[in-house]
Write a protein that binds this ligand. Sequence first.
Ligand code: OOG
Ligand code: NI
Length: 434
Amino acid sequence: DTIGQMVPTSTLRARFAASLSAMYGREVPAYTTLVEVTEEVNRDVMHRDGADAERLGTLARVSAERHGAIRVGTPNEMRSVATIFAAFGMYPVGFYDLRDAATPIPVVSTAFRPVDPDELSRNPFRVFTSLLVTDDRRFFGPELQERLETFLDERTLFSPELLELAEQGDLDDSDADRFVELATAAFEIGSEPVDREWYDTLEAVSSVAADIGGVTTTHINHLTPRVLDIDELYTRMQDRGIEMIDRIQGPPRTDGPAVLLRQTSFRALAEPRTFRSSDASVYTDSLRVRFGEVEARGIALTEKGRTIYDADGDYPDTEPELAAQDIGYFTYSMNPDRPQDDRPADLATAIRGGWLIPNPIVYEDFLPASAAGIFRSNLTGDGAKDDAKQGSPWSVDRMSEVIGRTVADPHDLYRAQSTASLQAMLRDDTLGSH
Ligand code: OOG
Ligand code: NI
């Protein structure tokens, strides 16, 4: 046996994202159109804005950048997902409870993504991952819960070989190929006949519950490219005859720096699926479970910035002001054109006076309101939630317990990156002055 070179995690992740993208393009042709239009817009924005276009990520990063979304049914499945994604260098960040959204969805979610800034710049692939809350009485009565959990416990989403490769780590080239192949296949749309009566039973409660617990497989339900001008993309997609949802979600466009995340989507076409009826006959019908989405990313906002955002407030319209007022997250460098000997110790003054140059940290996470909107866009009905009944308590800690790994707080990650850059800069400064 020759010991092959080990494939770096970031390479594995990039291959996984590319492989899912190829698969999704085969399965959902409108996605291919979306990627084409995204690439056109990104090229045009580079042409129009020059270096400014790359202020929030290089074109190489942005061109390969995708997020996907999956939904699973049990804590066990969630743990397996975490094992698989960890092998791609993707770890759980953020906690989203979508049960209390305007259109309630019986799931709690996190996003698996790289956390290290260098890893993010190599490939930022992230997957929004939702877990069905089967013990929430507002959605599921005791009998339905029991039947649902039995159904879910009997299925196997991820093969032992896939999980073994994920746990093994240090994959050589041929193991890496096999791992990416199996991981991709795990998220293809299934071909097993769908039990119509069971699917309909769950759909009466929530179409997301049916999508998760009504079938024996899971699937990626959208794969989202990143675009540099989402308003332009929206218009061009409409021009191509693809009907988008009526708006772009997230903060409105301004003349100032882009903040957080703006997203828009379209419903994919109904796709043919095989069903089994209660008399065991098999027939073809269709399901509409996948769709298209595109996003533009801006500067990550601090807690203070998020409070302003949630109150529909206005932001300052320059990066230095966002930094000086601690509204956005930034790393810092010294302005080479400005002598530093008289730099004030106060950060805000040093920024405003031009001694320090803030460099934006891009928002790598999701927005609960937009996420709920994305879920809503492929619901067939409002479902039935009974608020007189008991919910079940969920928190980021319970999610960490389920996953067996701490779910990171996005703010901790952004703050740490910002602080590390300030400390490194001050250290260099001290060395340089001796
Ligand atoms: C996930 C919805 C969340 C986003 O971009 O906010 C999401 C889902 O529909 O499963 O992907
Ligand atoms: Ni999405």
